[in-house]
Write a protein that binds this ligand. Structure first.
Ligand code: SAM
Length: 202
C-alpha cells in the first residue's frame, strides 16, 4: 500500500490519526461508531473479574474493536507488548494476567494517548506496566523479546502494514503468540482516493 501513497498522503493520514486520538484521549464518547468504555468491554466478553480489578474511570477510555484475549489468555510470568495501546486498558489487563513475574508494555503513536495511559496507570497498583510513544512500523525493542504481541483496533490505521507485521514478528520469541482484534474492509475500497485518505482515521 505504501508505494502508492505520497509523502503528503502519509503526513495527512498520520496527522488525522493524531488529531482524532488526541480527542479520544480526553473523552472517547461520541467519537466512534461502536460502544466504547465499560459497555464496549462487556460487549466484547472481557472477563468480569479482570474488569473489576481496574477502576471504572480507567475502563472508560477503552476504545478497542474486539477482544484479543478471546484468542487465549496471557500466562503467568509472560512478557507482553500491546501495539497501539491507546489509554492502556488491554495493556493493564495483560499485566494482571501475567502477574508480578511478568510485564506488559504499551506503545502508541499518539503522544496524548500515551499521556492518558500513564495517568490511568497511576490510578492502579500495577507495577509491571510501561508505556512508550512509538510506531508499530518501527518497534524500539530487540529481537525475540515478547511471549505475546497483542493489539486492538490499531493495525487498520497503520500505513505500512507489511512492515508493521514484520516488526511484530521480529520482537516475538519463537513460538510467541500474535493476538489481535481489528477491523477489515469487506468489499471494494472507495474509488475516490482523496476521500479514502481523508477518512483513514475515521
Ligand atoms: C481504536 S484505538 C484503540 C486503542 C486501544 N488499543 C484500545 O483498545 O482502547 C487505535 C490506537 O492506535 C494508535 N495508532 C494508530 N496508528 C498507529 C501506529 N502506526 N503505531 C502505533 N499506534 C498507532 C492510535 O493512536 C490509537 O490510540
Amino acid at each position: 500500500m505504501k508505494e502508492s501513497l505520497s509523502l503528503e498522503d502519509i503526513r495527512q493520514i498520520e496527522s488525522g490519526i493524531s488529531r482524532r486520538f488526541a480527542r479520544a484521549a480526553t473523552r472517547p464518547e461520541g467519537i466512534f461508531r461502536y460502544p466504547t468504555g465499560v459497555a464496549g468491554l462487556e460487549g466484547q466478553g472481557y472477563a468480569g473479574e479482570l474488569l473489576e480489578a481496574l477502576p471504572r474511570d480507567v475502563l472508560a477510555f477503552y476504545c478497542g474493536v474486539g477482544n484479543p484475549f478471546s484468542l487465549g489468555p496471557v500466562k503467568k510470568g509472560e512478557f507482553v507488548l500491546d501495539i497501539g495501546c491507546g489509554a492502556g486498558v488491554d495493556t493493564m489487563i495483560a499485566a494482571l494476567m501475567a502477574g508480578p513475574e511478568g510485564e506488559a508494555v504499551g506503545i502508541d503513536l499518539t503522544s496524548a494517548m500515551v499521556g492518558r495511559a500513564r495517568e490511568n496507570l497511576k490510578k492502579t497498583r500495577l507495577e509491571n506496566v510501561f508505556f512508550q510513544e512509538g510506531s508499530a512500523e518501527d518497534l524500539q525493542f530487540g529481537d525475540s523479546r515478547f511471549d505475546a504481541v497483542i493489539s486492538n483496533g490499531a493495525y487498520n490505521l497503520v500505513v505500512d502494514k507489511a512492515r508493521a507485521l514484520r516488526e511484530a514478528y521480529r520482537v516475538l520469541k519463537p513460538n510467541g503468540r500474535f493476538m489481535i482484534a481489528d477491523q477489515v474492509l469487506r468489499g471494494q475500497a472507495p474509488e475516490d482516493w482523496a476521500a479514502m485518505i481523508g477518512s483513514w482515521a475515521g
